[in-house]
Design a protein around this ligand. Structure first.
Ligand code: FNR
Length: 361
């Protein structure tokens, strides 16, 4: 039994103890052999920080602007589905904790609390993550609800034309509850005798014909800025600039989709070099320490999102647990900045890290 958790991995252990195996597995697993899941974390370990000395760090300012919104640190809550399986208060608890920590939260399209419940839970800047269903009207309706309820941006997730093969979900015959957002619109609870019910739902519902030209459709139904989440190559980064979106997220969906896709931190620089500052680049995948945030910022991310650490905090201690995880990681980032000689976010430069690539040259 872990006493007071002092890091994300101890929160993960508390979550494992708190949750039924089916739900813990669902949150923790990656796709197939989980090579990318392992690499998402391990690739950070291979990046070395190059600290600078004799810099006045008596005051470290982590504040920054994300998509034009001022925030206390370049840290965001990634969109993750079904928070009520982790805690009865679900996304409302997460939203309150994020707001208390002055952190922007992206609400998942597959949330267990409604868009309206989250919006009315507290005042904060929030983004809304979107999946496109075969029934486009349902997705359009959700975008309009998000817009009406004050969400500030749409994050279109594009790495899930089909669901990745998550073998724990298949073995556990993972069942997910009906999502309140879609009541009266579509049944999100699909029952199959074979394997994961979530997989059965996604294969019947998600639009796997979605392609670049559909960004035009999305722009036609919303005036909110659009970010594309799931970019892993310079080719697709350039395409995103060409179709004129407001930003992108370098992400492999927490290694839950394509096993052997690259660890996100290993492709971040390829993407930021291609983007050349034309639009903001957000990042997620495998971030578990303040030093990981620092490395992603040094490689060009404007902000860094965390997925599982938030769920582990929620499962372990509800709203308070999410607050603890966010403030712990903020403190870790602040300490990393101080010890590396960076008194503000803009002081963090490419020269502050050494990657595997650098060692070869
Ligand atoms: C996710 N992710 C995700 N992404 C998305 O766009 N919509 C979603 O509904 C979900 N749901 C979801 C559920 C769970 C349980 C996990 C772990 C992840 C992916 C998420 O936004 C993010 O990309 C990763 O979680 C980042 O990796 P880490 O921080 O979990 O390592």
């Amino acid at each position: 039994m872990v006493s007071e958790p002092v890091n994300v991995s101890e929160f993960q252990e508390l979550a494992r103890q708190a949750l039924p195996k089916m739900y813990y597995d669902h949150y923790a697993v990656g796709a197939e052999d989980q090579k990318t899941l392992e690499e998402n974390v391990k690739a950070f370990h291979r990046i070395i920080i190059r600290p600078r000395i004799l810099v006045d760090v008596s005051r470290v300012d982590m504040s920054t602007s994300i998509m034009g919104y001022n925030t206390s640190a370049p840290i965001m809550v990634a969109p993750t589905a079904r928070h009520k399986l982790a805690h009865p208060e679900g996304e409302v608890a997460t939203a309150r904790a994020a707001a208390a920590c002055d952190t922007i939260m992206a609400l998942s399209f597959m949330s267990t609390c409604t868009v309206e419940e989250v919006a009315s839970s507290c005042n904060a800047v929030r983004f809304f993550q979107l999946y496109v269903y075969k029934s486009r009207e349902i997705s359009a309706l959700m975008v309009q609800r998000a817009e009406r309820n004050g969400f500030k941006a749409i994050i279109l997730t594009v790495d899930a034309p089909r669901l990745g093969r998550r073998e724990a979900d298949i073995k556990n015959r993972m069942i997910a509850p009906q999502l309140k957002n879609f009541e009266g619109l579509i049944s999100t609870e699909v029952h199959t005798d074979k394997g994961s019910n979530i997989e059965a739902f996604v294969s019947g519902t998600f639009d796997d014909s979605l392609c670049w030209k559909d960004i035009g459709w999305l722009k036609s139904i919303t005036s909110l800025p659009i970010l594309i989440k799931g970019i892993l190559t310079c080719e697709d980064a350039i395409k995103a600039v060409e179709v004129v979106v407001a930003g992108i997220v370098v992400s492999n969906h927490g290694a839950r989709q394509l096993d052997y896709s690259p660890a996100t931190i290993t492709v971040l620089e390829e993407v930021t070099l291609a983007i050349q500052g034309r639009i903001p680049v957000l990042f997620d995948g495998g971030v578990r320490r303040g030093t990981d945030f620092f490395k992603a910022l040094a490689l060009g991310a404007q902000a860094v999102m965390i997925g599982r650490p938030v769920i582990y905090g929620l499962a372990a201690k509800g709203e308070d647990g999410v607050k603890q995880v966010l403030s712990m990681l903020k403190d870790e980032l602040e300490l990393t900045m101080a010890l590396s000689g960076c008194s503000s976010v803009k002081d963090i430069t490419r020269r502050h890290v050494m990657t595997e690539q650098d060692k070869l040259h």
